[in-house]
Design a protein around this ligand. Structure first.
Ligand SMILES: *Cc1c(COP(=O)(O)O)cnc(C)c1O
Length: 418
C-alpha cells in the first residue's frame, strides 16, 4: 500500500500512530504527562542536542520525547496529520488561533519593519497589529480587496520602509463579506520587495476556507495559519490554532513557541485528532447546506443582498469568477446578507432564530448567526465599516450540518417575524 497516494480523509484515523507503542490501543491515548523518561543519560543528551539545534539530525533520527512544552505524542501526530491537508512539510499547533498568528508575527518581524495586511482582518489580529506591534515600532499598512496591484505597490513605496517589508498577512475570503484576494498577486508583490538581506514572508489566515477548500501554499504562500477552533475543531468545544509551512520556517516558529510556552496541551491535541476524522464529511455537508440556504436567502423579499462565493461565481465580476476557479475548491459555508431595514430589523431577525444560535465563531457543526457591526467587528473604525459593507443591516451566518430544510424553516420564520 502506498500511503502517499491516499487522500487525507483516508489517513485521518491512523496516520502517524503506532498501536504497539500504546498497548494496542486503536486510538492514540491522551498523553497527559509533563515529562518523559530517558532510557539513559546519553539518550537524553542526544535528544537535547537536536531539540536545541546544537547539531543536525542524523539520517532517520527522530526528535525524542523530552518535555511537553517541546513535544508530546498527541501534538506530534496531530501536526503530521494536519500537514496532509495542506501538503505542508511541517506544522506547529498552538493553544489558540491568536497564539499561532502572534507567534508567527513575532518570529518573522522585528522593530523598524513594515507589515502589509489585507482589510478587514479578524478583529484580534487587527488589534494586535495596530496596538501591540505599533508599540514595537512595526509599521503596518492595510489594503482592501478591490485595491489594484499597482495601488498596493505604491502604498509600500510611499511608506519609507519599502526595504523593510518583512511580512504580508492576508485573509481571503475576508470576514464577514467574502471579498477575495489573489494569493498569487500577493506573492508577486512579495518578490518585488524581496532583497538579499530581507526576504518577506507571505502568510495567509485560512480559517474561513481551510484546510479543505483553499490551499494557500500551492499559490505561493509561505505559511498558512488557522484558528483550529473553527472548522478543524468543528464542534465548538475547543480553542486551538496551527501554523504550517516549510521545515525551515516552522522550525523557527516552533523555536519561539517553546519559549513563549503557548503550545497546545495533550487534551487539545487529542480532541483535534478526533475532529479531523470527520473534517471532510462535515465540511462537505456544510458547503452543500450553504448552497440551499444561500438560494433561499437570495430569493427572499426581506433580503436585499447576499455575500457568498457561489453568488460571486455566478454574478460577480470576471476577475472574481476567475479567482474563484483558480483558488477555491468550494463556495464554503459562510454566508453574509443585508436584511431590508437596519439594526432594528437585523436584531429582530436574530432574536427570533430558534434552531440557529445567536453566537460569534464559525465552522462548527451547529449553525450560528451574528451581527458583525456590533459584535465581531465592533472594533473596526466607523469610517472603514461603511467601505467594507459592515453596516447595520449586515448579518453573518455560519452554516452547520443540520438538515437544510430545517435551517430554511428557521430562517423563514425569523425573517417573517420582522
Ligand atoms: C477565530 C479566528 C481567529 C482567532 O482564533 P482563536 O482560536 O479564537 O484564537 C483568527 N482568525 C480568524 C479568521 C478567525 O476566524
Amino acid at each position: 500500500m502506498d500511503y502517499s497516494k491516499m487522500k487525507p480523509e483516508s489517513l485521518m484515523m491512523s496516520y502517524g500512530y503506532k498501536p504497539n507503542l500504546s498497548e494496542g490501543s486503536i486510538k492514540c491515548p491522551i498523553f497527559q504527562t509533563s515529562t518523559f523518561v530517558f532510557e539513559n543519560a546519553m539518550q537524553g543528551k542526544k535528544f537535547f542536542e537536536v531539540a536545541y539545534g546544537l547539531r543536525e539530525k542524523e539520517e532517520n533520527e527522530e526528535l525524542g520525547l523530552i518535555y511537553s512544552r517541546l513535544n508530546n505524542p498527541d501534538l506530534e501526530i496531530l501536526e503530521n496529520r494536519l500537514c496532509l491537508w495542506d501538503n505542508a512539510e511541517d506544522c506547529a499547533v498552538f493553544e489558540s488561533g491568536m497564539s499561532a498568528i502572534t507567534t508567527a508575527m513575532m518570529e518573522f518581524m522585528k522593530p523598524g519593519d513594515l507589515l502589509l495586511y489585507s482589510k478587514p482582518l479578524y478583529g484580534g489580529t487587527d488589534h494586535f497589529i495596530n496596538n501591540f506591534l505599533k508599540k514595537l515600532n512595526i509599521k503596518a499598512i492595510g489594503f482592501m480587496a478591490n485595491d489594484s496591484k499597482e495601488d498596493i505597490i505604491s502604498k509600500i513605496n510611499n511608506s519609507s520602509r519599502s526595504n523593510k517589508l518583512s511580512m504580508i498577512h492576508i485573509e481571503t475570503p475576508a470576514n464577514p463579506t467574502n471579498s477575495l484576494i489573489d494569493i498569487e498577486m500577493c506573492n508577486e508583490i512579495k518578490s518585488l520587495f524581496s532583497i538579499e538581506e530581507n526576504q518577506p514572508v507571505l502568510s495567509v489566515d485560512n480559517t474561513y476556507m481551510g484546510p479543505i477548500w483553499q490551499h494557500p501554499l500551492k499559490h505561493g504562500a509561505d505559511i498558512v495559519l488557522y484558528s483550529a477552533t473553527k472548522y478543524i475543531g468543528g464542534h465548538s468545544d475547543v480553542i486551538a490554532g496551527a501554523c504550517l509551512g516549510s521545515k525551515e520556517l516552522i522550525r523557527r516558529v516552533k523555536g519561539l513557541r517553546t519559549f513563549f510556552g503557548n503550545m497546545a496541551g495533550p487534551l487539545t491535541g487529542w480532541l483535534l485528532m478526533r475532529s479531523l476524522e470527520t473534517l471532510k464529511v462535515r465540511m462537505d455537508q456544510q458547503a452543500k447546506n450553504a448552497v440551499y440556504v444561500a438560494d433561499f436567502l437570495k430569493k427572499h423579499p426581506k433580503v436585499e443582498k447576499i455575500y457568498y462565493l457561489g453568488e460571486k461565481a455566478k454574478n460577480g465580476t470576471n476577475e472574481e469568477k476567475e479567482l474563484i476557479k483558480k483558488q477555491y475548491a468550494s463556495y464554503g459555508a459562510m454566508i453574509s446578507f443585508d436584511i431590508k431595514g437596519g439594526e432594528k430589523e437585523a436584531f429582530k431577525f436574530l432574536d427570533n432564530l430558534k434552531l440557529i444560535k445567536l453566537a460569534v465563531s464559525l465552522g462548527g457543526t451547529e449553525s450560528l448567526a451574528e451581527h458583525p457591526k456590533t459584535m465581531t467587528h465592533a472594533d473596526v473604525l466607523a469610517s472603514e465599516k461603511e467601505i467594507m459593507y459592515i453596516t447595520d443591516k449586515l448579518i453573518r451566518i455560519s452554516v452547520g450540518v443540520e438538515n437544510y430544510n430545517d435551517l430554511i424553516s428557521d430562517l423563514s420564520q425569523a425573517l417573517n417575524s420582522i
